[in-house]
Design a protein around this ligand. Structure first.
Ligand code: CA
Length: 731
């Protein structure tokens, strides 16, 4: 009612202003209908006039199928709202249908229930009565899931025209069907000009099947219809349902200024042409399967976007341009024709795929397409995947730091220097006529959704990395000042550490883009990990000088919590004379829940690399899982891994071991694994090396040994179970 008071005061001040007086009179006549139950709701609904509010009393509304129908005006919409925003919970078997025009729905929380229909919140009452000029704002849908994952529905389904869905909080969908759909299956819904903005699309766990999209605009049958839907400044966080975060299946939509944060999947131009993806921010933060944009179909535009740390591949790369099907039916893949990909920044991305999907059916490569003024940096020497004839893509004025990017006809700038600007995004320090524009203003998380419904806690807020310049004392000081979730970015130089860096928090230490800093331990380990440590090392080279002590030591002296370690693109070699300490070892009382290693290159190593033997610990073991992939070990006396546990006890999950996609050359002892519960040794190339000895546990998971190439190396064998010695796995 304070609204009215303000307007009353205003109208005295501006008494001469007739227009305001008229507004005042209308406002004063507008009524609030506070309703306590479904009957009161139904009784009040027909009375609603422009400017009226139908107010749901605070509390839980269980098993309600609400229809909100009315005819407001642009100046005087009719509201359906919570008495107090956030204090009205719709639960049980419930849904909401909206029809009419100039309506607003506000402040409701859909929680602890599910829809009896395929549309939880439907912008139509039935096939005759649609919603137009309706705003759905500041509402929550939180895990309002049908009981069975394969039962399909969508939470918000837009029909009609000129509707707006904004500042909502949509989180936790675990059953089949996109969280939000725009439907175009009726004349009343074509060329709809819907606006979807400032919503928070939170965690959507992986569905494990098709239908896990967070958003879908149209379907293939209606994909040649223009939708003119605008998806503007939304925050997509951990939207991991499936490979399509947004599945665009209609024409002339605009997806702009959104943030995609650690979301597995891509924005996909699945069907329909003439769409635009511009000024979006993709932060992958090195999370697997984080993708960017996938282009299919004609006249699609991708410009002024910013992509960083995306690790997706193939159909889900930072940028994927697909092959089409000649004369494709609507539900297959139309050839890319007239695409424009320009002025995007792709930093530290794993893959770009061109002509992806090329096969006998998808034989039409992209044509009339321009890829220009983009900047691409990557640590992956196989950055660009070319799967078909790409002569139909004109590459112009691109910049890259990666030789492999010659496919992009990019000017290769070695040691391309990037600096994080105030908007949190990287830009080259010298002027290049390429990359995303400087005036991007990434939507901040708190600007999405609403303040009264909390977003999940995030230990790692987006924050600029702390630059550490070239020497050990700067690194030690930076670590002292660091708080949990910080990122220390080391520039080139040799960091001769006089004492170990002690880590007991979430921390990332990574190389500045284009640099290869070297860390050397002088008197002991370079790094000591304590309980609670979640250390992520990326892009650093370690030089081992110590004859006995490890480079990294899990140092807990009594077990008071696990640690985890992630190594990515790490080099290690020994500069010690006769022997050297391991790369990683552990005290008997430390425990890692996971050690993940990707892209570790160890060369000239005189001893064990991972020394995590559980021998003598009476069944206790030192790491639950040790996963190594895409790595190289050459001239290592070994073992690469000494890992396992004693005894026959079956009460533990691990230890689990995986070594895949790696090259092992001149390694005397490849592995010493005892009491292993899970084992995968696959797609490795083993040359001039020793046998792999594995001892399985009685109840161990199936062992996988496949796709390896052994050259001048005895074939790997499982030497026994629980102490028996017999050979039973053959390559
Ligand atoms: Ca899909």
């Amino acid at each position: 009612m304070s609204d009215v008071k303000i307007k009353l005061a205003s109208s005295f001040v501006f008494i001469c202003c007739l227009a305001l007086q008229v507004l005042f009179v209308k406002d004063a006549l507008a009524k609030d209908y506070l309703v306590n139950n479904l009957q009161e709701y139904k009784d009040s609904l027909p009375k609603l006039k422009p400017g009226d509010h139908l107010v749901l009393a605070d509390g839980v509304w269980r098993d309600v199928k609400l229809v909100f129908e009315g005819k407001g005006t642009e100046e005087q919409p009719i509201y359906l709202r919570a008495e107090t925003s956030g204090q009205v919970q719709i639960s049980g078997v419930s849904n909401l249908r909206i029809a009419g025009e100039h309506l607003v729905v506000k402040g409701l929380v859909f929680k602890d229930g599910y829809s009896p229909t395929r549309e939880l919140i439907s912008f139509r009452k039935n096939k005759k009565h649609y919603a137009n000029h309706v705003r759905f704002t500041e509402n929550v849908v939180d895990a309002f899931n049908k009981p069975n994952r394969q039962d399909e529905d969508s939470w918000i389904v837009l029909h009609g025209k000129n509707n707006r869905v904004d500042h909502n909080h949509i989180v936790g969908k675990t059953n089949k069907g996109p969280s939000l759909i725009v439907r175009l299956n009726a004349k009343q819904s074509e060329e709809n000009h819907h606006l979807i903005d400032h919503n928070y699309f939170g965690h959507r766990p992986t569905l494990g099947g098709n239908g896990g999209e967070t958003m879908r605009i149209g379907v293939s049958q209606t994909s040649r219809i223009s939708s003119y839907t605008k998806i503007f400044r939304n925050y997509f966080e951990h939207c991991n349902g499936e490979v399509e975060i947004i599945s665009n299946k209609s024409e002339r939509n605009t997806i702009t200024e959104n943030v995609f944060y650690e979301s597995k999947g891509s924005v996909v131009f699945r069907h329909g042409g003439h769409n635009t993806v511009s000024r979006n921010i993709f932060f992958g933060n090195g999370v697997d399967d984080t993708g960017g944009v996938r282009v299919i179909n004609n006249d699609q535009k991708v410009f002024d976007n910013y992509f960083e740390g995306l690790k997706g591949q193939k159909f889900n790369a930072g940028l994927t341009i697909m092959n089409g099907v000649p004369n494709s039916p609507e539900n297959r893949y139309h050839q890319v024709d007239g695409g424009v990909i320009r002025n995007n920044s792709f930093y530290d991305i794993a893959h770009i795929g061109l002509g992806v999907g090329s096969d006998q059916e998808r034989s039409a490569p992209p044509i009339n397409t321009r890829f220009a003024n983009n900047i691409v940096t990557s640590k992956n020497p196989q950055l660009v995947g070319v799967f078909d004839d790409i002569s139909g893509i004109a590459f112009e004025d691109n910049v890259a730091d990666n030789k492999n990017a010659s496919t992009l006809k990019a000017k290769v700038v070695k040691n391309l220097k990037l600096k994080r600007a105030e908007n949190g995004l990287l830009y080259p320090t010298k002027k290049l006529n390429a990359g995303a524009p400087k005036d991007l203003k990434p939507l901040r998380r708190h600007e999405s959704g609403m303040s009264w419904y909390p977003k999940p806690k995030r230990s790692e807020p987006v924050r600029p990395a702390t630059a550490v310049n070239g020497n050990a004392s700067a690194l030690i000081r930076a670590l002292e000042l660091a708080s949990t979730g910080d990122i220390l970015e080391l520039s080139a130089g040799t960091y001769d550490l006089p004492s170990p860096l002690k880590v007991s928090d979430k921390l990332t230490i990574k190389a500045a883009v284009g640099d290869k800093p070297v860390i050397r331990a002088i008197n002991g380990p370079a790094i000591e990990l304590f309980a609670g440590a979640e250390l992520h090392l990326n892009g650093v080279r370690f030089e081992q000088a110590n004859p006995v002590l490890p480079v990294i030591f899990a140092a807990g002296y009594k077990y008071d919590g696990k640690y985890s370690l992630t190594l990515e693109n790490i080099e290690a070699s020994s500069i010690a004379k006769e022997s050297n300490g391991p790369f990683l070892s552990s005290s008997a009382t430390s425990f890692a829940d996971a050690i993940r290693v990707k892209g570790l290159n160890v060369e000239k190593w005189k001893g064990a690399v991972f020394d995590l033997s559980g021998q003598g610990l009476n069944g206790w073991y030192l790491a639950d899982r040790l996963h190594i992939s895409d790595s190289t070990f050459s001239q290592v006396s070994g073992p690469i891994v000494d890992f396992g546990r004693d005894g026959r006890d079956e009460s533990t999950f691990g230890p689990l071991f995986k070594l895949v996609d790696s090259k092992i050359e001149q390694v005397k002892n490849v592995a010493k694994l005892s009491g292993i519960d899970g084992f995968e040794f696959a797609d490795n190339n083993v040359i001039d090396s020793g046998q792999i000895d594995v001892q399985q546990r009685v109840l161990g998971y199936p062992f996988v040994m496949s796709g390896n190439i052994f050259e001048n190396t005895p074939k790997a064998g499982v030497i026994g179970r629980d102490g028996d010695t017999f050979n039973f796995v053959k390559e």
